[in-house]
Design a protein. Structure first.
Length: 259
């Protein structure tokens, strides 16, 4: 079967209008590394925001790793974010670059014959933001992953200028990874609004002491500590997130109630 080439899809028209909801700040979700639960936390945040009465959508600007299903390319991260939202926007609006190979995005793009363009990403965010009250933008891998030869995820976060939520995967090495990521966020003039502790190693030695060390070292509120979950269940993870703590972090960093 012939499959269409992987390119940046055309931007879809806005979804049908829904009842108005209070303004809410969008945010950029990053992680201390690949595989620490950014998608789980991002989808859980989208669910919590939707439950709070907002039209909420997740966005994955670049997704590397897709399967051909039901006549279209599908990526599990994009699917999770789309399922969590309540805005009715099309999948394609959540991910302007969907690449087939699961590898570093700039390499996956080169293999697909695609160049990831900053303005395309920013335009896709602005379009999605115009359709909803709040967008949770999930980064790729860690904070400093390259997206093209001349820019990376950290540059995208800086251009979006959204408050940042950091996902810390609770495993050996997380203290150092968290400290380095917090420094990198601050070095780019971005606001760290909060962080989430996600248990990815249920057998981690002294896990509570490591969590308390993170609380002392990160100058932003912890908006949730997610226990070990056998599967990536965003609905279950959402129960462990506290939007009040996120709002506290937004207030402390001087972010207004809308972006």
């Amino acid at each position: 079967m012939n499959r269409p080439a992987m390119t940046a899809p055309a931007v879809n028209p806005p979804a049908e209008p829904m009842d108005p909801a209070p303004a809410a700040p969008s945010c950029f979700v990053t992680g201390t590394d690949t595989g620490v639960g950014k998608t789980l936390v991002s989808a859980a945040l989208v669910r919590r925001l939707a439950q709070a009465g907002h039209r909420a959508a997740g966005m994955k600007p670049v997704a590397a790793g897709a399967q051909w299903q039901d006549g279209a390319w599908r990526n599990e991260d994009v699917e999770a974010l789309w399922a969590a939202g309540n805005s009715g926007v099309a999948r394609a609006a959540l991910c302007p670059y969907l690449l087939p190979d699961a590898m570093a995005p700039h390499i996956a793009a080169e293999r697909a014959g695609v160049r990831i363009d900053m303005m395309t990403l920013l335009d896709a965010y602005r379009h999605l933001r115009s359709c909803v009250d709040v967008v949770v933008v999930e980064g790729v891998g860690g904070f400093c992953v390259p997206l093209a030869e001349d820019f990376g995820t950290a540059d995208l976060a800086r251009e979006l200028d959204l408050p940042v939520v950091l996902v810390v995967g609770l495993r050996l090495g997380c203290l150092n990874h968290a400290a380095l990521t917090v420094e990198a966020i601050a070095a780019r003039g971005l606001r760290l609004a909060g962080w989430v502790a996600n248990t990815i190693d249920p057998h981690m030695a002294e896990i509570d002491r490591n969590y308390r060390a993170l609380e002392r070292s990160i100058a932003a509120p912890c908006i949730g500590r997610i226990p070990w979950l056998a599967g990536s269940d965003a609905a279950q993870a959402a129960h462990w997130l506290d939007l009040c703590h996120l709002e506290q972090g937004l207030h402390q960093t001087g972010v207004k109630g809308s972006d």
